[in-house]
Design a protein around this ligand. Structure first.
Ligand code: PLP
Length: 463
């Protein structure tokens, strides 16, 4: 470790509190301090270069220091960094809204209006408040529609509203006294089916269970909130084909709104621009964030159908206004980055170009299928989750306190690949701009790290 890193590491320990991090462990670790980035690579203050295997927590799309986005932000900065959308408008936020609506229409979605915020949690929070208020505006018996139906294992962010929708005990349980109650349908997690069934013979029994809940309680349910196709923070749990379209069908049948949380899955990650496209599903409300700016700036948006928007219109004195808005809503730098991000998708034909990379990733990962401690490999597009197990036949997970996932990622880091696990699941989510050689390197290092950590002796991992 060089002197500069030493000094920064000491200050980091003294002043910083890192998210989702046990800071007691952090004190004993030597932190990687990133100084610069280029393409899929990040470089730390010791001049060590790493592949950014998680796109800096599922954000980066076209690589770091992408000239086109850099220039768009610089150009905007020469005009203005920020002015408010409360009572005013600004050029990039208008242009981006038009682009987002055109884009989602191309995806087959009937979404017509854009409401900005600045992170995934707030994009979801906005969606759930809109859904709630929508039914209040409709009045009469609809006023009873105040609850939300979500999935076990779901993750929609860290604000109290989005945590209320969540279903991951490790993150959410402690806050229970603060949360509002709702309904939870089983997670479509085929590898560990919560209702002990097997796809496809099950005929989507998890969706049948959801229907039972909707049938009994639809009069009090405002919306179903779902991470379409992939429950990301659950460990990249991919729903079986037909599940999402069934959920859409149920929402229509029982007159509840469908809120699609595309925060993790949007912007090409799954091989299509949005995950809902895989099953031709058009949500009523859609939350997007993360990749919207190509991983450059904190920006998010909640898109809604015209009919939802129209319910908020009225005379001022009726107070139908959506009384919600964040200080940085519609920030010009963020919107300029997002416009450039979307233009690159078109200019560089990104969605077609990633198709062979998706196949290559699948082919390379299949080598790990027979590994005695790899329970399941789940892949959709350029997203993969490798579930590590202690006992493959019994699907026994490693106890969390053994930190199997964390150890694998530390080993991968030593070899020049930055990953972040979710429990026992190793997540790969590189920028879409990753090339074939970099994919090979990423998978080779991941496989090596898994072998080194899991094979060096039973319960006492090598470390
Ligand atoms: N929704 C989903 C599906 C997510 O995966 C995340 C973050 O991982 C969020 C919401 C929250 O986004 P943010 O961290 O930007 O608040």
């Amino acid at each position: 470790m060089n002197k500069k890193t030493h000094i920064l590491a000491d200050k980091d320990r003294e002043y910083l509190w890192h998210p989702f991090t046990q800071m007691k462990d952090w004190v004993t670790e030597s932190p990687v301090i990133i100084e610069s980035g280029n393409g899929v690579y990040l470089t730390d203050t010791n001049k060590k270069r790493y592949i950014d295997g998680t796109s800096s927590i599922w954000l980066n799309i076209h690589g770091h220091r992408k000239k086109y986005i850099d220039n768009a932000i610089k150009k905007q900065l020469n005009k203005i960094a920020h002015s408010t959308l409360l009572g005013l408008s600004n050029i990039p936020s208008i242009e981006l809204a038009e682009k987002l609506i055109t884009l989602t229409h191309k995806s087959g979605f009937a979404l017509d209006k854009v409401f900005y915020s600045d992170n995934g949690s707030t994009a979801v929070e906005v969606g759930l408040k809109m859904a709630f208020q929508y039914w209040q505006m409709r009045g009469g018996r609809y006023r009873k529609k105040t609850k939300f139906l979500t999935l076990e294992n779901s993750y929609h962010g860290d604000t109290i509203g989005s945590v209320s929708l969540g279903g991951i005990d490790l993150f959410h349980k402690i806050y229970k006294p603060l949360l509002f109650e709702g309904y939870k349908a089983p997670s479509p997690y085929c590898y560990r089916c919560p209702i002990d069934n097997t796809y496809p013979e099950c005929e989507l029994e998890c969706a049948v269970k959801m229907e039972e809940m909707l049938s009994a309680h639809h009069k009090e349910i405002a919306a179903v909130v779902i991470e379409p196709i992939i429950q990301a923070a659950a460990g990249m749990v991919i729903s079986p084909h037909g599940y999402l379209s069934k959920v859409r069908e149920l929402c229509t049948k029982y007159n509840v709104l469908l809120i699609a949380d595309e925060v993790a899955t949007g912007f090409g990650r799954t091989g299509r621009m949005f995950a809902c496209e895989h099953e031709d599903v058009s949500p009523d409300i859609m939350a997007i964030a993360k990749g919207i700016t190509g991983g450059y700036m904190p920006l998010a948006a909640t898109l809604v159908r015209q009919e939802v928007y129209d319910r908020f219109l009225g005379e001022y004195k009726e107070f139908k206004t959506f009384f919600h808005g964040h200080s940085y809503t519609g920030n010009q730098l963020g919107c300029s980055a997002a416009i450039a991000n979307l233009e690159i998708f078109e200019k560089e034909d990104v969605l077609n170009k990633i198709q062979p990379k998706i196949k290559l990733l699948g082919k390379l990962l299949s080598i790990l299928k027979t590994h005695p401690h790899v329970g399941e490999i789940r892949q959709k597009g350029l997203i993969a989750g490798i579930e590590l197990v202690k006992d493959k036949n019994k699907k026994t997970p490693y106890p969390l306190e053994q930190k199997a996932g964390i150890r694998v990622c530390i080993e991968a880091r030593r070899m020049g690949l930055l990953l972040r696990p979710i429990g026992n699941i190793i997540i790969l989510m590189p920028p879409l701009s990753i090339n074939n050689n970099q994919i090979k390197k990423m998978v080779t290092i991941t496989a090596e790290a898994i072998k080194t950590i899991t094979e060096k002796g039973n319960d006492n991992f090598y470390y």
